[in-house]
Design a protein around this ligand. Sequence first.
Ligand code: TXA
Ligand code: MG
Length: 333
Amino acid sequence: MAASVITVPPGTVEQALPALLGEPARALRRGALVAFPTETVYGLGADALDPAAVERIFHAKGRPADNPLIVHLPDAAWLGRVVAHVTPLARRLAERWWPGPLTLVLDAADVVPRVTTGGLSTVAVRVPANPLARTLIAVAGTPVAAPSANRSGRPSPTTAAHVQADLGGRIDWILDGGPCPVGIESTVVDARGDAPVVLREGTVTREDLGVDVTAESGSPLSPGTRFAHYQPSARVVVASAGQGGDVAAEIAERQTTGLIGPTLPGLDPRVSVLASPLGAAELATVLYDALRQADVRGLDVVVVEAVPSHGLGRAVMDRVRRAAGGGGVVPTG
Ligand code: TXA
Ligand code: MG
């Protein structure tokens, strides 16, 4: 069955949203799967407190059952509904960053089913910045578990068309609120102690948080980092700064090749330019769409030109390296 789509043009006044979203919000409450935009990527939502509904998310995505979901709230006042103990650190971080792309891991309240938390006693929570997302959740009247709305392993969706392509036949509703401005996922932080522990790099940077390490990839604290992610069918090759065009041109002699990176005059005409981002923020915004474009065009290889690995650049390069399957890195000077 095809998903029902509601298009909400950007700039729609917030007062109009509750009426527009009434139907999908009620469906959500009855166990439906509703994809919705956030400022980072599109999420695939279900009632976080309904184990059968959450089960459907894992099934639709083909997601491993031990990879826990983020529970989305309309505002911080709902924290007590899903969290057993709100630490002073969590309060501080929520006040500073919500609504926004920061996810806090805290001890879960008993009402949160284990299927939502991937069997853990903790729960990840965030208040997204997109008013459409917050209104949907508020009108549904229940916390909403939502992973990125892609088939497991694929690049996260930053448009409703991406969601449609991956999940259109498997879910009930898609809310189309236009492209996601940020383009990569939220930062996940363990906020149970006195200082934040970064579990997944994201839009809120280590520098923003005043933290200088990230939990080791694959650590039990950060289950999601164990899995393959963000991968198109095309092989992804990482080129160092300034080398994207040359690396792509060389590969284009043998295979159909796309480039994600700044394009200079004189680029080999055999190279398909997928996106020409300047800097980390632009790369974040276009990355997933450009990776998907490579598959739509049936390319063999995508070359992504690296951005400096600090601040947002570190979070983006984490996604790029995972898209490359950890390998495929071209070492250049
Ligand atoms: O920006 C985002 O975070 C998007 C939008 C839709 O909010 N969501 C998203 O969800 O990226 P997902 O499921 O693709 O990634 C959630 C990440 C995974 O790495 C997961 O392992 C981690 O959060 N996570 C969830 N619950 C956790 C927990 N209790 N402890 C540690 N990590 C957790
Ligand atoms: Mg994901």
